[in-house]
Design a protein around this ligand. Structure first.
Ligand SMILES: [Fe+2]
Length: 415
C-alpha cells in the first residue's frame, strides 16, 4: 500500500450504534443515573414509538414497552407481521402503518428479517415513493429526518442490529441487499438482552451462529478491512469457536447465549464498515433459490472464499495464529487447517458441508446452473472480494460445493 493510499484510508467512516448489553435494559424503576431507557426516550419527542416485529418475537413487546410507558409516557403501536426474508410487500405494508402513526422512534425487534423489514420500512417512511429495488448504493439515503432506529435482536447471527444493510426480497425470488453511500442503516441504538435469545431451537442457533462466524471471517479478510475492523473480527472468531457449540447444545445456558449475542453483534461491525465477502454472494444465490437457511449457506461457502482469497492475501494466517493452528513452514497447510477447523465446527452443529447434504439434488443444481452463474455476480457481496471471479471459476466452486470437495488451487483455472 502506498503512503497516499494509507492516508486516504484514514478518513474512512466507522459507524456503530450506541450499544447496551446485559440483563437490566428494561427496568420499570428509574435508576440513580440515566440508563438506556432515559437516553432512548429522549429521542422520542412526539411520545410515539413503533415496534416492528414478527409473530414470535411479539411476545417480548410488553417487556420492551413497559419502562418507556411507565417512566416516559410513550405510546406504542406494534406491527408484528414481519416475514422471513423481508418480502417487499410486507415492507411496504409496514411503512404504510408507520406513515399513519407517525412515530419518531422505531424499535426493530426480532431476527434479521424483522430488522431488515424495519430498515426498509423506515426508508420508505422517510421518503415515501422511493423504489428500493433501484436505489443507488452510491447516493446518501438521508435518514433520520422523521425517526431514529433502535434494534433489539432476539437471535444471534445476522448482526443486523449494527449493520448498514437491509436484505429485502422481491417477487422474482431475488434477495437484494439495500444500502446507501454510507452505512446509514446502522441503527442508532442496539439493545442486547440475552434472555430474549433463550429458547432459540438448536438448528436456528447453529444457522445464525454460522452466519456470525462468516461475517467475522468476511470482515477480517475483506480488502477494505482496517485495523479496527480486523481487531473486532478476530476476537469475534475466537468467541464463536469458544461459545457456539455450548449455545447449540443447551439453549437455556445463559452465558453462551450472552457471548453469542455479543459475538453476532461484533461480527456485524466489520460487516457494516469493511464489507461482506464472496461467501455471501454465493450463499445468497443458492439459499434464495432452494430456500435454505442463510447462515448455513454462507458458512458452507466460507471455505471456498478462503481458498479463493488465498491467491491474493495471506491475511488468513493471522486467524490461524489466533486459533493456534498455523503451520509456520507451510501456508497451504495452515489454510487447510483453518478450513478443517471451520468444517469440524459445522459437523458439530449438524450443518451441511456440501450442497448435497443440504437437500439439493444434483439435477436441481445442474438444471439451474446457468441461472446461478448469471445471478451470483449481480449480488453486491460478489464485489467485496479481492478480485472478480470468472464464470468458469464460479462453476468450479458450485460443482465442488455440491460434493463438499475443495478447489484444486494448483489447476490451470486457479493459477
Ligand atoms: Fe449473513
Amino acid at each position: 500500500m502506498s503512503q497516499s493510499e494509507g492516508l486516504r484510508d484514514m478518513s474512512k467512516p466507522f459507524f456503530v450504534p450506541r450499544i447496551f448489553s446485559g440483563f437490566n435494559l428494561f427496568l420499570d424503576e428509574p435508576q440513580l443515573l440515566p440508563d438506556a431507557v432515559d437516553l432512548i426516550a429522549r429521542e422520542c419527542r412526539t411520545k410515539k414509538a413503533f415496534i416492528v416485529t414478527d409473530e414470535y418475537a411479539v411476545r417480548f413487546a410488553p417487556k420492551i414497552m413497559s419502562p418507556y410507558q411507565k417512566r416516559h409516557g410513550i405510546k406504542f403501536e406494534i406491527w408484528d407481521k414481519s416475514q422471513p426474508d423481508a418480502p417487499i410487500d410486507t415492507v411496504k405494508e409496514c411503512a404504510k402503518k408507520m406513515g399513519q402513526f407517525k412515530p419518531d422512534l422505531i424499535f426493530a425487534m426480532g431476527g434479521g428479517s424483522s430488522m431488515d423489514t424495519a430498515k426498509g420500512a423506515w426508508l420508505l417512511y422517510e421518503h415515501p415513493g422511493i423504489k428500493l429495488e433501484i436505489l443507488s448504493p452510491i447516493l446518501p439515503m438521508n435518514l433520520r429526518n422523521k425517526a431514529k432506529l433502535v434494534a433489539i435482536p432476539t437471535t444471534s447471527g445476522t448482526g443486523s442490529e449494527v449493520s448498514g444493510v437491509a436484505v429485502i426480497s422481491f417477487p422474482d425470488g431475488v434477495k437484494l441487499p439495500v444500502s446507501g453511500a454510507l452505512p446509514e442503516f446502522v441503527p442508532d441504538y442496539a439493545l442486547l438482552d440475552p434472555t430474549l435469545t433463550k429458547g432459540m431451537p438448536p438448528e436456528l442457533t447453529a444457522g445464525t451462529g454460522g452466519d456470525a462466524l462468516t461475517h467475522a471471517v468476511d470482515g477480517f479478510m475483506a480488502p477494505k478491512s482496517d485495523e479496527i475492523n480486523q481487531a473486532i473480527a478476530l476476537k469475534t472468531i475466537e468467541m464463536v469457536f469458544q461459545w457456539l457449540p455450548r449455545a447449540y447444545k443447551d439453549g437455556d445456558d445463559i452465558m453462551p447465549r450472552m457471548k453469542m449475542q455479543q459475538a453476532a453483534m461484533m461480527a456485524g461491525i466489520p460487516l457494516a464498515n469493511a464489507g461482506s465477502g464472496i461467501s455471501h454472494a454465493l450463499g445468497h444465490t443458492i439459499g434464495g433459490l432452494f430456500h435454505i437457511h442463510h447462515g448455513a449457506m454462507v458458512l458452507l461457502f466460507l471455505s471456498y472464499e478462503l481458498q479463493v482469497y488465498s491467491k491474493t492475501t495471506d491475511r488468513y494466517l493471522k486467524i490461524c495464529d489466533m486459533l493456534c493452528i498455523r503451520d509456520k513452514e507451510d501456508n497451504e497447510k495452515s489454510l487447510l487447517n483453518l478450513i478443517e477447523k471451520i468444517r469440524s465446527l459445522m459437523k458439530e452443529l449438524n450443518l451441511p458441508v456440501g450442497l448435497k447434504n443440504a437437500g439439493i439434488s444434483r439435477n436441481d443444481l445442474e438444471n439451474n446452473l446457468d441461472m446461478i452463474l448469471e445471478q451470483t455476480p449481480t449480488d453486491p457481496a460478489f464485489y467485496f472480494g479481492w478480485f472478480d471471479l470468472t464464470k468458469d471459476q464460479l462453476r468450479d466452486i458450485f460443482l465442488n460445493a455440491y460434493e463438499g470437495t475443495l478447489l484444486n488451487m494448483k489447476s490451470e483455472l486457479w493459477r
